[in-house]
Design a protein around this ligand. Structure first.
Ligand code: 5GP
Ligand code: MN
Length: 314
């Protein structure tokens, strides 16, 4: 990667570094951020990994999660370099966006919708930010230990759907192979991170699968989950993770749309595409983004309105 040299030099001349990532952090945000944090500490850097939101429970097998701090706006943070991982825009960083002000910003990401908000941007089409960080750590000659390897493997599993998406390349498999050599228990990670669900998550998935709607004309399968439904099962945001991917399993469907009411009047949207439809483009109508085949957004429009707009666009 062309930018690696400049980024490494910048890191080498900085002593106090902060790593940040996006709101509602997923396996790639945490995996890439944690591996980078641990790796830079190995070469003697003081690094803090700061997030707006707490990490999800299903990732608690990762060691050193205590390295992750929750952002506190009343605190003063003393550092000079901030490294953003997996954040397509500075707004996606949530409250931690404030940490970018008047500081040198490095932006490591893999979203096509990235706005290049850093002073140095390393943005490329690759399976995950974890794969990008893996390459960067190797470039710097930093040895990947088992704790970093587990974090990176979690990021890979998260963003490739456990190596099922077409963002997987031979290099992705080579990376997985090397992480396995370091000692990663791939079966444990997939079981705990991917295939273990709370009762609420299973009930909510069932509800969505049972009551989903399908537009034959537009080949869109969609479902809106209201706050009341989430509350009925005591569901948290993370309990709806993966529903959008299950919906698109419908044989005839080309696109899936899952809407979740996060709070009254605020809807989080997730979209997936099977073949040619560019859902990044559709998410951008609502100021969101992501990738061609997986994208998301947050909107204050009513659910019916969002569905209408998406159907019109398809
Ligand atoms: P998910 O649907 O799993 O939340 O996200 C799918 C992809 O879209 C991920 O790569 C994620 O980073 C991106 N994404 C999700 N929500 C948003 C959003 O509100 N804004 C932007 N720019 N990207 C998003
Ligand atoms: Mn990612």
């Amino acid at each position: 990667m062309r930018e690696f040299l400049e980024i490494r030099d910048k890191i080498l001349e900085s002593d106090n570094i902060v790593v940040v990532s996006h709101v509602n952090p997923d396996g790639d945000a945490i995996g890439s951020g944690l591996a980078l944090t641990l790796g830079l500490r190995k070469i003697g850097k003081k690094v803090r990994f700061i997030l707006q939101d707490k990490y999800p429970d299903n990732i608690s097998y990762l060691k050193d999660l205590k390295s992750i701090e929750q952002y506190d706006e009343t605190k003063e943070y003393d550092f000079n370099l901030v490294i953003c991982v997996d954040g397509a825009t500075d707004d996606r960083l949530g409250a931690t966006k404030a940490l970018l002000k008047n500081r040198f910003v490095i932006n490591f990401d893999h979203h096509i919708s990235n706005t290049m908000y850093g002073d140095l941007n390393c943005v490329t089409e690759i399976s995950s930010t974890s794969e990008l960080i893996y390459k960067f750590l190797k470039f710097c000659g930093i040895e990947i230990d088992i704790d970093m390897a587990e974090a990176l493997y979690t990021g890979l599993v998260n963003d490739t759907g456990n190596f099922t998406h077409n963002n997987v390349t031979t290099e992705t498999f080579e990376m997985a192979s090397e992480l396995k050599r370091v000692g990663v228990d791939n079966s444990k990670i997939v079981r705990e991170f991917f295939n273990t669900k709370t009762l609420a998550a299973i009930k909510l998935l069932g509800k969505a699968m049972y009551d989903m709607e399908y537009s034959e004309e537009k080949k869109l399968v969609y479902y809106f989950m209201s706050r009341a439904e989430l509350d009925r099962f005591n569901g948290r945001k993370e309990d709806t993770e993966g529903i959008v991917e299950r919906l698109i399993a419908l044989k005839e469907a080309e696109v899936s749309l899952f809407l979740r009411e996060d709070k009254v009047g605020v809807i989080k949207g997730s979209m997936r595409s099977k073949h040619d439809v560019d859902v990044n483009e559709i998410a951008s109508i609502f100021n969101g983004g992501g990738h061609r085949k997986a994208a998301g957004f947050t909107s204050e429009l009513p659910a019916e309105e969002i569905i209408k707009i998406v159907l019109e666009k398809l």
